[in-house]
Design a protein around this ligand. Sequence first.
Ligand code: ZN
Length: 371
Amino acid sequence: MSNDTTNLVYPYAEHPAHGGTLQIAAGVYWLTMPLEGSLDHINLYLLEDNDGWYVVDTGWNDARTMDLWQQIFASALNNKPVKGVICTHMHPDHTGNALAITDIYQCDLYMTQAEYYQARSFSSMVTQVGSNWHFENFYHRAGMTSKALEQMQQSWTSRKEAGFSMPQMPPGYRRLRDGDNLKIGGSNWQIIVGSGHSPEHACLYNATLGIMISGDQILPVITSNVSIHPSEPEANPLHDWMVSHDKFMSTPADTLILPAHNLPFYGVRERLRDLVNHHEDRMLAIEEHCLTPCVSTELLPVLFKRKLDGRQVMMALGEAIAHIHLLMARNRLARELRADGRYYYRSIDPDLKRRSHSEDHDLPDDTPILV
Ligand SMILES: [Zn+2]
């Protein structure tokens, strides 16, 4: 059993070339921007209105992406301006050029409230990452050795020295709420909010066209990162993620999903069901592992197959702890802070033996980790 969903249908074999667009439906265009590393690319979308365009997500904040945007602005907009920028959520591959594009066209940014303010706070927070007691306590309790912690801090320092920063955001925005409708090009795009990968992630659903722009909320291949960070160490985002999956299960089965990574696909319900089952399977594997009490870092090989570098360890560990916290909320794991300053987790469900199938688990995940 793996977390691949085998029966999805991909109507497009490849991504549009950088700098070009591909029409998906009347007034809906797909483009791809480059990303560094294993993630490789992000899909962005253009929605045509009578008097201008909406941009959905904006790509990484670098010169290469902005050059490609300039090409697209010059060639693909039929001499109409961009009239709005919609960011599905606050991650930097989605918000990277929101400020630049809204400045060029003096147009509005549309985001949900939690995403907008978190994006703004992250753009000032990055200088603090890796160098405070919140950070150190969090990773010490998770079982990280001081050597590994040092490596992680070094990887942050070198990223900061290389000029990495979270994108600056426009100073104002227009708020999107769950259930809002945006009229664009004569048809209706309904905002459907999910949570877990980020706090208030907006998807755009068009019932007339049978299309959903899903951001990172629904991806066909990659398992979206659902993670706990030192900024909210007791959070339970996997709970929100599972609730959101139940909510999105009511998406009509024949909807074409336009994701932010991988290719557009049909089969949304199969994908959601597989992801729910995958996380349930991961949690069960953790419970089986915690029959002998252990710390979070010991669970990484249960969840991930690939070798993890400093920053990936941070994401992977955050994800392991997200699974742990949902198990704690379900009264299946107990946590104990021991004298060594580490959290130890122990399985406490007397029924675990009946549910166990330790010989038949999903393989550890080997897809890229999202930012
Ligand atoms: Zn994301």
